[in-house]
Design a protein. Sequence first.
Length: 403
Amino acid sequence: MKGDAINLGELIARQTPGWSLEQPFYLSAELYAIECRGWLAKQWYVLGHSSELSLPGSYIVRELLQESLLLLRDKSGQLRGFYNVCRHRGSRLCTADGRTQRIVCPYHAWAYGLDGALETARALPTGVDPSRLSLHPVAVAEIGGVILASLGAEPSSLEEARRCFEPGLQYLELAGARIAARRQYPTRANWKLVMENFTECYHCPASHPEYCRVMQHVDQYGRDDPVKSAAWVREEARWLKADADSDSPLGAPDRDGVDARYWAGRSPIGNGRLSQSQDGCPVAPLLGGQKRFDGGVTAFVLRPFVYLLAANDYATLFQFLPTGPESTDVVISWLVNGKATDEAVDVDRMVWLWDVTTLQDKVIVEQNAQGVRSQDYTPGPYTTLESGSARLVADYLAGLGEN
Ligand code: FES
Ligand SMILES: [Fe+2]
């Protein structure tokens, strides 16, 4: 397979709907390079949280699709994003997070304002217009505390997702939250294997005993048992009516809506639990305007890469960052109420569920990648419990063909 030039149209046309993809989609450096210039570049990625850019002049340096980006808060409080590349001869500008009034290149000291405009460049020849040497911007957005970026010249619109997310994020005061923990899970697998895995729970009973113990929906909704699924749908409705926080602006995720490009909604953890901790007891003070623990989880999803899941006391913000044809970084940040003291947050018990689950996912996804490298690998059918993965792959193929 390696070494053959890719005929994209033929490759896309050859894929069987409802089946996993052929080997080049998971291994090929050439196809990955095509994705980075096209389909992957157009998507939005979580790059951080507003608390990392709390002051004018605060900046963070983050990698996205092999590009180094500089995200900063300008003097007016606006978020801005630039390629971390000097307009003189291309030096990296910043190598670590910090705070500054001007961005000064370490090579020949060209200096840029926080709006990216070139302000000082010694001995610039007459006739060279400095206003044409501003830093190159990248698309950035901030939705309720979540910082997003896209490398696309015309990234997909975020306005509808913003309208969908903002009431729920504002209610939880996610913009004023603070990061209580962050962990990275570099995974030796193509991003599609990581995301196919993340968007199905068919594997949960075999791979995630802790998650299954905590989240009642897996047992009741995740086993292709119509009687159990109907019982879970009834339980969700009962919870929303009887137990859920009636002040929350969000209700149940619409089962059809769960297939949408973006959605936000609430559902119960179940099993009498108030939080997603080992014993179901709270691990931090309530987030935002909530007045009590109702044992719910609020999900905010923007396909394919943006996922935020909030229990009453902490939110789990996921980053999925493709880093190569066979590597993906998964980064999780745990957010708590911005006023919560360190003593009030039990970090170990807070990170427990998604840490243990993501470590398990890293193992199974890397084993998946190993099998896909075999000459014996051929695509296989997604089951009815992997509709999320099937949807991800179908959307991707449709979008890839539009390049
Ligand atoms: S490369 Fe930045 S000032 Fe020369
Ligand atoms: Fe998993």
